[in-house]
Design a protein around this ligand. Structure first.
Ligand code: SAM
Ligand code: DTB
Ligand code: SF4
Length: 334
């Protein structure tokens, strides 16, 4: 029997050959069965009471050439009200990262509204990686598509994680984004892997997609040659002026199911309860943590939209008996 790279058994027996039917069957289970299975997988691989916290900073805001239908920062969506900003100075990044560290974040994620980084700005981006790393924080960047030289330079500067999302299923993708392809995204992820960095990749739900599309997204992520170390599941933040502003909200329990299935498919990955928490009540978030979410964005702002206030998150953590992870501490069980 010949084995393709995707079906080659790994020492840790993680699967990379999920069929859409199998993933669909996980989603279709009675809610209690799904949550029990997801929580059991979670407990087998992680401390269930530890959550990794990342803080986000927009290092370059707005005027993006891409047309992502959900995004406040696309130059195509002229009705969006947004304060645009050129690439920040390194000093401003140091100040924001130091504040994030003082507030208890373990990872600092820097996002730029670019299709891809340009030659002129790239040296400053590398400097940002170095200075944040020197503060003792884990570093993450999301800068759009990368070429081989850029991935290698970022890895050399000490970047720990690169975030690049698949966003949705291959089938729904064209309804949301037309200026770059699904394959472009897969190619960037492959380059990030080849350069030896950790991959952060997930998607957005609540964009009007069907359950089949949520199944398709999670199957794509789980069937990558290696599971992303970090899987952000974003609930759409419906920004006025974007093409998706009036999309009906996804039912919260369907969001919880999506988290649970992500946990079952990618047992050793950090699953991040990502954008959209300001529209979620504490009970929904608690169910997400039970279903296997073990990472959040922490701090009052995401990139351009609000996030729950840090002290309300700390109160919720207190009520749930959750603790936050320190930089480079891993909640994974041996
Ligand atoms: N420009 C880069 C790119 O798209 O590759 C990096 C920044 S971009 C804002 C990072 C990710 O944020 C997107 O891939 C998308 O998944 C998420 N995102 C952006 N706007 C969002 C929104 N309104 N609601 C939820 N997630 C969103
Ligand atoms: C990810 O998956 N979610 C974050 C991060 N990666 C860069 C971004 C969320 C952005 C939400 C909309 C905004 O604030 O502009
Ligand atoms: Fe640009 Fe990223 Fe927003 Fe798409 S998601 S418009 S690439 S900033």
């Amino acid at each position: 029997m010949s084995l393709t790279p995707n079906t080659m058994p790994e020492a840790d027996a993680l699967r990379h050959d999920w069929s859409l039917k199998e993933v669909g069957a996980l989603f279709d289970q009675p809610f209690n069965n799904l949550l029990f299975e997801a929580h059991s997988v979670h407990r087998a691989h992680f401390d269930p009471n530890a959550v990794q916290v990342s803080t986000l900073l927009s290092i370059k805001t707005g005027s993006c050439a891409e047309d992502c239908g959900y995004c406040s920062q696309s130059a195509h969506h002229k009705e969006v009200k947004l304060e645009k900003e050129r690439l920040l100075d390194v000093d401003a990044v140091i100040a924001a990262a130091a504040a994030a560290k003082a507030n208890g974040a373990s990872r600092f994620c820097m996002g730029a509204a670019w299709r891809n980084p340009n030659k002129r700005d790239f040296p400053r981006v590398l400097e940002m990686v170095r200075v944040v790393r020197d503060l003792g924080l884990e570093t993450c960047m999301t800068l759009g598509m990368l070429d081989n030289d850029q991935t290698e330079a970022l890895a050399e500067a000490g970047l720990d994680y690169y975030n690049h999302n698949l966003d949705t299923s291959p089938e729904y993708y064209d309804k949301v984004i037309t200026t770059r392809t699904y394959q472009d995204r897969l190619d960037t992820l492959e380059r990030v892997r080849a350069a030896g960095m950790n991959v952060c990749s997930g998607g957005i739900v609540g964009m009007g997609e069907s359950r089949e599309d949520r199944i398709g997204l999670l199957a794509q992520l789980a069937n990558l040659p290696k599971h992303p170390e970090s899987v952000p599941i974003n609930m759409l933040v419906a920004v006025p002026g974007t093409p998706l502003q009036d999309v009906p909200r996804l039912e919260p329990l369907e969001f919880v199911r999506t988290i649970a299935v992500a946990r079952i498919l990618m047992p050793k990955s950090y699953v991040r309860l990502s954008a959209g928490r300001t529209d979620m009540n504490d009970e929904t978030q608690a169910l997400c943590f039970f279903a296997g979410a073990n990472s959040i964005f922490y701090g009052d702002k995401l990139l351009t939209t609000p996030n729950p206030e840090a002290n309300s998150d700390m109160q919720l953590f207190g009520r749930l008996g959750l603790r936050t992870l320190d930089p480079h501490e891993n909640a994974a069980r041996a």
